[in-house]
Design a protein around this ligand. Structure first.
Ligand code: ADP
Ligand code: MG
Length: 257
């Protein structure tokens, strides 16, 4: 397989348990570079855990996950797998942005300082350069004139857009979104989805856990329906949503749409 055919994310036979509860029961999934995979499913089906396994906020019990051709969390040397050291794992994680339901901005820093933080402290970018890039990113998420506001002075939708800009400042090759609009008032949802739509149009590879079926239909290249730790149905979002094959997916769609 050459580099071009290699998916950005490759998940094989992944299992994960918390104590006696098996949360992921053998997940296989490819996310080709430049594509958007939307993951939907009922609460507790394992969607967040799956995303957290991709960037190794959680370890996995069995299976393999590769991101950008690298096995997450391990290095192969002398034909054996070695657990990565913390600094090596940090380097891997740096290439993966994650946006959560809650925005997790630094409350005592302005919007632009939040966006500059990673490049300055982790990438050792100069302050002047980081500020220029941060301003460009704030422009991109529609917040050019909000750089000097503190999180508490911004709406939830604006804070989430700052959080997206902050992730992008690390120049990730993959973005993970875990219900990025679920904590927002309904009138603020679209402004965040619009930023995500623009990001997808630039060719960013994205895994998006969401209940926004219109977003999945219009932006998603693939729709994955999870239930009880397994992928029950997957395919082109337009086809899957127009004609769901499994009763569990039909029941789920009846609740969210
Ligand atoms: P979803 O995001 O689809 O709602 P999650 O991945 O958050 O589902 O959770 C799947 C299951 O795993 C749930 O039953 C949840 O309670 C459980 N779970 C998630 N994280 C932990 C944890 N750190 N410790 C124990 N159980 C967990
Ligand atoms: Mg979740």
């Amino acid at each position: 397989m050459n580099a071009q055919d290699q998916p950005m994310v490759r998940i094989r036979s992944v299992r994960k348990r918390f104590g006696s509860l098996e949360v992921l029961k053998g997940i296989d999934l490819d996310v080709p570079a430049g594509e958007v995979v939307c993951v939907v499913g009922p609460s507790g089906s394992g969607k967040s855990t799956l995303l957290r396994c991709v960037n190794r906020l959680e370890s996995i019990d069995s299976g393999r996950i590769w991101v950008n051709g690298e096995l997450m969390g391990y290095a192969e040397r002398d034909g054996r797998l070695h657990t990565l050291r913390p600094h090596e794992l940090s380097r891997q994680r740096r290439g993966i942005g994650m946006v959560f339901q809650r925005f997790h901005l630094f409350p005592h820093r302005t919007a632009i300082e939040n966006v500059m933080e990673g490049p300055v402290t982790v990438l050792r970018t100069s302050t002047a350069q980081a500020r220029r890039q941060a301003q460009e990113l704030l422009d991109r998420v529609g917040l050019a004139d909000r750089g000097h506001h503190y999180p508490a002075q911004l709406s939830g939708g604006q804070q989430q857009r700052v959080a997206i800009a902050r992730s992008l400042a690390m120049r990730p090759s993959l973005m993970l979104f875990d219900e990025p609009t679920s904590a927002l008032d309904p009138e603020l949802v679209q402004e965040v989805l619009a930023v995500m739509r623009d990001l997808a149009a630039t060719g960013m590879t994205m895994m998006v856990v969401t209940h926004e079926m219109n977003f999945a239909r219009e932006v998603g290249d693939q729709l994955v329906f999870m239930d009880d730790g397994v992928i029950v149905e997957r395919g082109d979002p337009r086809e899957v949503l127009a004609a769901p094959r499994h009763e569990r997916l039909r029941a789920f769609l009846g609740q969210v749409q």
